[in-house]
Design a protein around this ligand. Structure first.
Ligand code: SF4
Length: 214
């Protein structure tokens, strides 16, 4: 039985929701193409630029980008090669591990990211039709699905440090790196703590975002 079978959908709420999510994924692809039209980018390239911009610099590796985009390493290399040729991205050998290549935006790449400000807004706008209570319920439900898929290794969820079980806030007050991550045993600046990390482990995994658990 497949969720494409309308009879199954009549009987099963889970099948109806699964189908709705599949339809949404098609809509998201179309919306994404539309939103980056005019910048000379593909949606994947736009996502790669946004990921580099909002990921902690010491974690912004090619391998982690591949996981975030849900594509192979070879495909990711192709995306980065194109962005590098366009002068938007550079590669840098990690000072900690020379086997790891870190990705950086060039000044031109930063400018393009600023123009990507509207990326995702069409979907956000569609959600404004729901009231606060409906949004909260949707967030809880989608959050549970997202974390379940993440625990099966099917997608990556990267968030900023606050709300992560490994985050120790302001353990070195008055220094440039006041916070600490007990997973990687590293002090973090405030700016680093605010950027996304693919190893984020929520205190309350049932919520999509830390704020959902408040
Ligand atoms: S594991 Fe948690 S505390 Fe450590 S850098 Fe990632 S999000 Fe921050």
């Amino acid at each position: 039985m497949t969720v494409f079978d309308p009879e199954l959908r009549q009987r099963s709420r889970a099948a109806r929701i699964a189908m709705a999510l599949l339809r949404l994924s098609h809509a998201v692809k179309a919306i994404s193409s539309d939103e980056v039209k005019g910048l000379g980018l593909t949606p994947m390239q736009a996502q790669a630029l946004l990921w580099i911009r909002y990921t902690k610099p010491f974690l912004a590796s090619v391998g982690r980008l591949a996981q975030a985009l849900g594509v192979t390493h070879v495909t990711t290399i192709g995306i980065i090669d194109a962005l590098e040729r366009a002068g938007l991205v550079t590669r840098q050998v990690s000072p900690i591990d020379r086997r790891v290549t870190l990705l950086r935006l060039t000044p031109a790449g930063e400018q393009v990211v600023e123009r990507l400000d509207a990326f995702g807004h069409t979907l956000e706008e569609a959600l404004t039709r729901l009231d606060e209570q409906e949004l909260a319920a949707l967030e809880r439900g989608l959050g549970a699905v997202v974390w379940s898929l993440r625990s099966n290794g099917l997608l990556q969820v990267a968030e900023a440090c606050r709300g992560c079980v490994y985050f120790r806030e302001n353990v070195a007050p008055g220094t440039d790196e006041p916070h600490r991550c007990t997973l990687i045993e590293r002090f973090l600046s405030e700016q680093e703590a605010r950027l996304a990390c693919p190893d984020y482990a929520p205190e309350h995994p049932q919520g999509l975002l830390p704020i959902a658990a408040e």
